[in-house]
Ligand binder design. Structure first.
Ligand SMILES: [Zn+2]
Length: 354
């Protein structure tokens, strides 16, 4: 339907352009027929004016066509990923210096969850459950064009055992990210860190929201380019179902922390809207909830409806999540079309991955 609309506009624009040029020629001919010695400069102006309008229209059509290709509907969005593994000098596979296999297991989870892939944890039969049509790929090349030793991985000795969490996570924002980020118009930057001593339910990860999406519920300024991306505790990154990663902490051991944080990074809010029943997440198909859900509370009821505890944007255990909705997809599509950096990402897939 959208494509037909564009074609119709194209046809009339071409017609208009040709008519403009034609009118210019006609004006010149009329003057010649009238046997005027000189064609006044005014008529030249009209001629050139008409011709320029015609040519401008043709150029505009070309641009419109390019844009149309970028946002072609029903095309899977492919996002290159770089994971900055922040360690403190440990061997690979020891503590926060996680293995390539652990990173790979996380990417697999993302592609199951964002594609609602059958026969995986990411599948659901919810009537509003959406295939987000986004896929994530480990980048093969660095910003300078060098082939990476390990696809999608940038190992960094951060020079400290632990990174403060919560409000005191400033060293991550002020020092670590600006020193290590890769061009966020080309890569989704993920940092894995050791947030600090484990104290039960704690900070698992956090994300930077997009800027200038125009969406309700988001500030126009999501943050700086140099801090753009998501940060995940290394014990909650990847899936213990996909390898021998005993230290990944249950019940957050199936990679859903990253699925959730990338949801924020793409403009989604928590399904309870970070408030009570009168606060929304701006999606009609995620029932209002009065608070987050913890654990796996089937049939949890609040705000006159059952809570969608299986939604990735709730706080349920990893094993209880399997749903993004159609309205959530719509928000993410808006972000990918409008937000600085996000809208450029998927154009770089070919350059960085293959
Ligand atoms: Zn969250």
């Amino acid at each position: 339907m959208i494509k037909q609309h564009f074609l119709l506009i194209d046809f009339f624009s071409y017609l208009q352009s040709i008519m403009n040029i034609g009118q210019g020629v006609l004006i010149i001919l009329k003057q010649i027929i009238k046997n005027e010695e000189h064609i006044s400069s005014r008529f030249y102006c009209i001629f050139f004016g008409k011709a320029i309008i015609g040519l401008s229209c043709l150029m505009l059509i070309s641009c419109t066509k390019e844009d149309e290709n970028i946002t072609a509907p029903n095309e899977t969005i492919k996002i290159p990923v770089i994971v900055h593994i922040i360690h403190n000098g440990e061997e690979i596979g020891e503590g926060p210096n996680i293995t390539f296999e652990q990173v790979k297991s996380q990417i697999e989870v993302l592609n199951e969850d964002y594609r609602k892939k059958e026969y995986t944890n990411g599948f659901n039969i919810n009537s509003v459950g959406a295939d987000m049509e986004i896929m994530f790929f480990l980048a093969e090349y660095s910003p300078s064009g060098n082939k990476l030793a390990e696809a999608g991985i940038d190992r960094v000795n951060g020079g400290r055992q632990e990174w403060p969490k919560g409000i005191l996570r400033n060293p991550i924002e002020t020092t670590l990210k600006p020193a290590t980020f890769w061009d966020p118009t080309k890569y989704l930057n993920i940092w894995t860190v050791n947030f600090g001593g484990f104290t039960g339910r704690d900070l698992l990860g956090y994300a930077q929201f997009p800027s200038n999406s125009g969406l309700a519920g988001l500030n126009s300024d999501g943050g700086l380019a140099e801090t753009d991306g998501v940060v995940i505790g290394y014990k909650y990154f990847g899936s213990s179902q996909k390898g021998d990663f005993d230290y990944i902490f249950s019940p957050f051991n199936l990679g859903r922390t990253c699925t959730h944080e990338i949801g924020h990074w793409l403009g989604l809010r928590h399904i309870w809207g970070d408030g009570e029943c009168d606060v929304d997440d701006y999606c009609y198909d995620t029932p209002n909830a009065s608070e987050p859900s913890y654990g796996c509370l089937q049939n949890k009821y609040s705000c006159r409806s059952y809570d969608m505890i299986e939604n990735y944007m709730d706080y349920s255990d990893d094993a209880c999540m399997n749903t993004f909705t159609i309205d959530q997809k719509s928000r993410i599509t808006t972000v990918l079309n409008n937000s600085p950096r996000r809208k450029n990402l998927y154009n770089n897939y070919k350059e960085l991955v293959q």
